[in-house]
Design a protein around this ligand. Sequence first.
Ligand code: HEM
Length: 138
Amino acid sequence: MLLWIILIAVLALVMLYLFWGPISAAMGLGALKEFTREELSEYDGRKRKEVYLGCKGFVFDVSKSQSYRPGSNYNIFAGKDATVGLAKMSLDPTDLETSDTSRLKESEVACLDQWFKQFKEHYKYPVVGVIADSRKGA
Ligand code: HEM
């Protein structure tokens, strides 16, 4: 009996080891790709057809929205870390040059949190990665 239990446990561990990749991906536990600003800039809808946008340290795939496509109103955010721009409700390109949220006002942090929630819960944009070096501050 004990031998059977050990055998089953060993089998279960082997299966878990072999299938951990697909299991963790299905559960959303897989390691997320880290994007440098340069890598992220590829995803502006021109260089690549996918459109990605950085917000609070995460990279969202916003391809399903027309708003960020080349020629659309918010294409300025495409392939960029939009964190500071979104927080300040700003379309100024200089606000897209930094991921530093330490100088944001309380109201701007609240605004950013709203955008983040909106992206996740309302638009349901898939998270495809994290922004390199911004996980601590964002
Ligand atoms: C008077 C000023 C503004 C008006 C009337 C306005 C209106 C709109 C409207 C109607 C949409 C949905 C349709 C579309 O995508 O074109 C939209 C989306 C959006 N707006 Fe504005 N907007 C204004 C200013 C701003 C500013 C200053 C920002 C800067 C952060 C901003 C950020 C966005 C973003 C990021 C979306 C796309 C949301 C998504 O589809 O993921 N808007 N806006």
